[in-house]
Design a protein. Structure first.
Lengths: 232, 372
């Protein structure tokens, strides 16, 4: 009885949302899928590149001018390309990698490439903030470069890494909204190609509400976790 | 390694930093021998090259030329794993402690044991407990560095530096960020470790007070060179370099006393037969009734202005400011006698000394303005 009443309520204020319930479930799932998969791959790439930038920088534990110069320039270039252009430019590469240049899975490639350099910079900034003296103390007790990376840099920078990861994931969710341009689906696509194009405003608003909810949840969990690990 | 070979042997060490616009020769052809069991002080003003020199010992800084031998090993030839292994036998502590903020006190001390120690998990824990006990911080094991005072942090750093049972401990300005009371407790701890574990300590500092309280040898550095070195007593009672004297005076406050004395009218107008002198003596000569002799043998009257006695390595070292007056060349004869007794004599020309003070004050002013 109450559920029927509640349904009536929703049908009256968001008629199109209720009619397109399945579309919302589908596109929410697409957004989560794109964020998760490209987030994990870009996360791994970003951490590797970020670490490489820090250790090869002048004065770093594995200082190497050439490697640093190349990485630094690559990161800058890829960060400068607007995402919507990146989508189109790397289409051939995407086809090579996943067999198609349209669809949700195809969107993973530009999302990853668009996010990794951004995250790499964030990781670099977090690691650079680890006091040089702490690194030196570790070297003085005989730690190897790998031990310094895993047991000192990543460990000491953990609270900052969590915070920057949250920022990155949120910006990644923003990028997934553009994935509709290559048929990637997702909530952004639903908002534009259904809500906006067909003047069904309640769909646009609902898509926004779901995205905001996801962002808030990630932000709150991230903050809690960062605070829990931070002992400075 | 021969039984009496120095545990640290630096020969002809040069370190040059090349930067885009300039090169800095931070260490210039330095030889340094530290014997096992020494507490070797290295003093000098900021920028003298002290840190660079000691960082060469564990090769955190590679020398541009010269040879570094530690416990018989040619450090310059070591790379990778062998170098890291050698470093575990050289502990190091720093001015800013350099503890890991995200690890507990216990885990900070554990850190060196996680890098390849063959001890079992249980033995590692036991080692950490033993070290924390040694530095008196057992009850802080589960706290984080942010919860500790500076002195406590330095104790943790010492425990960490000792985790691999090093033979050598390098202390780079380890007490410079601490208050005097905490400083002396940290120095006492180092002295204790030196006696208890036979630890050889290299102590860098710009505070002569620290050297005075625990070192048995001292080297004075200026612009990348060691300008004077020797055992503590000799350096303190018979310094030969101006810089050494400056460091000694700042720690004994003889300078302050002298400045006070020369400001007095009676001292500014000394008679022809009067002389202002500072006598410095170490050890046995303190026992002789020297002052009494001045009058009995030479009929010279000593007027005592100030004095202080300090105990360095169980030996009294004293400074005495006097005005001597006597007839004819009696004062000269008396001073010659005093020197024969192994007491060093510094005659102060009041006018020159005042001019010198004025010059220094002006210099300090310009420096302060430059910094402001
Ligand atoms: N990595 C470096 N690159 C360039 N110059 C350096 C480097 N390290 C030290 N120097 C220079 O070498 C000189 C000696 O420095 P060092 O740190 O050894 O002095 P210090 O005696 O330890 O001084 P302080 O008491 O301030 O610690 C200084 O002029 C310093 O600027
Ligand atoms: Mg220094």
């Amino acid at each position: 009885m109450t559920t029927i009443l509640a349904m009536d309520f929703w049908t009256s204020i968001m008629p199109n949302v209720v009619a397109n319930k399945d579309v919302f479930i589908q596109s929410t799932w697409e957004t989560i899928y794109m964020t998760l998969v490209s987030g994990i791959i870009a996360g791994i790439l970003g951490i590797i590149i970020g670490i490489a930038l820090v250790v090869t920088a002048p004065g770093g534990i594995l200082a190497n001018r050439t490697t640093y110069w190349i990485l630094d320039k690559l990161v800058n270039i890829f960060r400068s390309i607007p995402f919507i252009i990146l989508l189109a430019v790397i289409a051939p590469f995407t086809r090579l990698l996943v067999g198609t240049s349209i669809g949700t899975t195809a969107a993973l490639v530009p999302l990853t490439i668009g996010t990794a350099p951004f995250y790499a910079r964030q990781v670099q900034n977090a690691l650079v903030d680890v006091d040089r003296g702490i690194i030196e103390a570790a070297e003085a007790v005989g730690a190897s470069p790998m031990q310094i990376i895993f047991r000192v840099y990543l460990r000491e920078a953990l609270p900052d890494l969590i915070r920057t990861s949250v920022v990155t994931v949120i910006s990644l969710i923003g990028l997934t909204a553009m994935a509709g341009a290559i048929g990637g689906g997702g909530l952004g696509n639903t908002a534009i190609s259904i809500g906006y194009d067909r003047f069904e405003n309640d769909i646009t608003i609902m898509a926004m509400i779901i995205i905001l909810a996801i962002v808030f949840i990630i932000q709150i969990l991230g903050d809690l976790w960062a605070r829990k690990t931070d002992h400075r | 390694m021969a039984a009496n070979a120095p545990i640290i042997d630096l020969k002809g060490i040069d370190v040059t930093f090349k930067e885009a616009d300039r090169t800095v020769r931070a260490v210039k052809n330095v030889d340094l021998e530290v014997a096992k069991g020494d507490i070797y002080g290295i003093v000098g003003y900021s920028g003298a090259g002290k840190s660079t020199l000691v960082r060469v010992i564990n090769q955190l800084q590679r020398q541009t030329s010269g040879k570094v031998t530690v416990s018989g090993q040619n450090m310059g030839a070591l790379k990778g794993k062998a170098l890291r292994q050698a470093r575990t036998k050289i502990g190091m502590i720093f001015q800013h402690f350099n503890l890991m903020n995200e690890r507990t006190i216990g885990d900070n001390v554990m850190f060196p044991l996680l890098l390849g120690s063959k001890l079992s998990r249980h033995d590692k824990q036991a080692k950490v407990d033993e070290l924390l006990d040694l530095v008196g911080l057992s009850e802080k094991k589960n706290d984080y560095p942010a919860q500790l005072s500076g002195g406590q942090k330095q104790r943790v750093a010492i425990a960490r530096a000792l985790a691999n049972d090093p033979e050598i401990l390098i202390s780079d300005e380890a007490t410079s960020a601490l208050d005097p009371k905490t400083t002396s407790s940290i120095l006492d701890l180092l002295k204790n470790l030196n006696e208890k574990l036979g630890l050889t300590v290299v102590l860098i500092t710009h505070e002569m007070q620290a050297v005075k309280s625990i070192c048995n040898k001292v080297a004075v550095m200026q612009s990348g060179e060691i300008v004077e070195r020797g055992d503590l007593l000799t350096i303190f009672s018979k310094p030969t370099q101006q810089l050494t004297r400056e460091f000694i005076e700042t720690s004994s406050q003889i300078d302050a006393a002298l400045a006070n004395v020369v400001a007095q009218p009676s001292i500014q107008h000394l008679q022809a037969n009067e002389r202002l002198v500072v006598l410095s003596y170490a050890g046995a000569s303190t026992d002789d009734p020297l002052i009494a002799q001045l009058y009995e043998q030479f009929k010279v009257t000593p007027n005592i202005l100030f004095g202080n006695v300090e105990i360095l390595q169980n030996t009294p070292v004293g400074n005495l400011g006097l005005v001597l007056s006597g007839a004819g060349d009696a004062v000269d004869k008396a001073l010659a006698y005093v020197k024969e007794q192994g007491v060093s004599v510094r005659q102060i020309n009041v006018a020159e000394y005042q001019a010198e003070l004025a010059r220094k004050a002006a210099e300090a002013d310009t420096n302060a303005e430059g910094e402001a």
